[in-house]
Design a protein. Sequence first.
Length: 171
Amino acid sequence: MSANLLKSLKSMGKAEATAAASRAWSALLTAREHVMDRAELALSHAELPPLAWYDVLWALEQAPGGRLRMFELAEKLVVARYNLTRIADRLVKAGLIERQSCSSDGRGAFCVLTKSGLRMRARMWPTYRAVIERLVAAHLKPGELAVIEASLSRVAQVARAEDEARTAASR
């Protein structure tokens, strides 16, 4: 963050800071919605599965052994469990993931990336990447992208910490 921006933020009153945060949040949500819509459209035109499938496949690809429990997957994706269950069912039906029972918890199951799932995620990436390049990378400087990444990572970290504290308190 530049010294001038930091100085101006510190000089803001609480109401001004809240208004600035509200405008930034609104801009973030609006941009996200438009970019996601374009990504969905591009994937559809390329006769590829929806973006939610990509997100699940990517999360599993990044996981050790290409597998996660449903609750772990839900945390990584920040998706309502019922939506994730529906998406996972469709991915299983398409042969892109498998469900494996969890030996330590008879009720639990792992979602496991299949070789077909790995190939599908790789097929989807060029289409998704092109949207990101066209609508995000082409309009922001590397320094701006770094500030956005660092800033949003801090916001996510604080939100996760609050979730963990709330979960711990409810035990």
